[in-house]
Design a protein around this ligand. Structure first.
Ligand code: ATP
Length: 305
């Protein structure tokens, strides 16, 4: 008799406006046929971090995340903030029930739950990079991201759509429109490869690992989730009208060719922001407002794909 693999399932009951619970009920019996399962609902924001750390401590190495990009981000933060085992020993799969679900798009994981589940059951895996955010001159522990971090405009949009997922796939578009009226340009000194460059009147900075953000926008040039490099986009002096005029280019990736947009790749960079400091987001989760250093952990996590 073969023993079934142990699997831990994390379900966010509020992501995608509550779709996670229904999906869990639908797939529970199928998973039980293939695995020995334990599961937990996240009961409050960021609860996934503690759930993940406890499950790892209890011996689980395989996970399914039923949620959106934020749930996945918190799971990743659970994996990378524990010291019991190396992240390379963990494998996760995602059943995307969130609002944006941008991470799965990079890897071609379908939004159809049965198809996404079949990918996990097939057992084929891949690895990708993870980003680490170190808060400078601050006691806050490092945070991690797996898709994309952003500063300025998209940090603002994330703060505006927080707890307002009831508009479904239009949530981010509505947040983006509202954000245009409130956005404040910021000044920053960026340290890359020991060189300091000052950028004034920044509209947005993107630090990409994955390809998509804000529910299918493409704001970075050539992101490769395995190359050990962030794909950086910095847009300066952009106006509200520049954004509105170039709306299709935000979705087809052509915005990186705009004359007010700079792109480059690096594995490490530091941001020293002038006051008032801009808002920062990672994988759609709000981060602390602070000067930060970002570095890549290359191919540090394994997932079903
Ligand atoms: N029971 C809960 N009550 C309130 N918030 C929760 C609960 N469980 C988890 N959360 C938080 O919900 C937030 C949003 O989750 P998630 O990002 O997965 O959904 P989403 O916003 O609909 O999807 P996406 O990020 O793909 O747009 C996360 O920060 C998560 O920590």
């Amino acid at each position: 008799m073969t023993t079934k693999q142990s699997l831990f399932v994390i379900i966010n009951p509020v992501s995608g406006n509550g779709k996670g619970k229904t999906v869990w009920q639908q797939i529970k019996s199928k998973l039980n046929q293939n695995y020995t399962i334990q599961f937990a609902y996240s009961n409050y924001a960021k609860h996934e971090i503690e759930i993940t750390k406890t499950a790892i401590k209890n011996g689980f190495r395989h996970f399914i995340i039923i949620g959106g990009d934020g749930t996945l981000n918190n799971f990743i933060n659970g994996v990378f903030s524990q010291n019991n085992i190396a992240s390379s020993e963990i494998t996760f799969g995602v059943l995307p029930v969130g609002t944006g679900n941008d991470w799965v798009k990079t890897h071609g994981i379908p939004k159809n739950i049965n198809k996404a589940l079949q990918i996990i059951l097939n057992g084929h895996t891949n690895t990708q990079d993870v980003g680490c955010v170190n808060y400078l001159n601050n006691q806050i522990p490092n945070t991690y991201f797996i898709n994309l971090a952003g500063v300025g405009y998209d940090g603002l949009v994330v703060s505006l759509v927080k707890d307002k997922r009831s508009y479904g796939k239009f949530t981010y578009v509505l947040g983006a429109i509202k954000g245009l009226s409130n956005v404040k340009l910021f000044d920053v000194s960026v340290v890359v490869n020991n060189e300091l460059i000052k950028y004034s009147k920044c509209f947005i900075i993107q630090i990409g690992i994955g390809k998509y953000t804000g529910s299918s926008m493409q704001l970075t040039k050539q992101p490769n989730p395995k190359d050990g490099l962030f794909d950086i986009t910095i847009a300066t002096h952009l106006t509200k009208w520049d954004v509105i005029r170039n709306l299709p280019k935000l979705f087809n990736g052509q915005i990186v060719n705009h004359k007010k947009v700079i792109t480059f790749k690096t594995s490490n960079l530091q941001f020293d922001f002038e006051d008032p400091k801009p808002l920062i987001q990672a994988d759609g989760e709000q981060l602390a407002t602070s000067n930060i250093e970002l570095s890549v952990l290359q191919n540090a996590i394994r997932f079903y794909c």
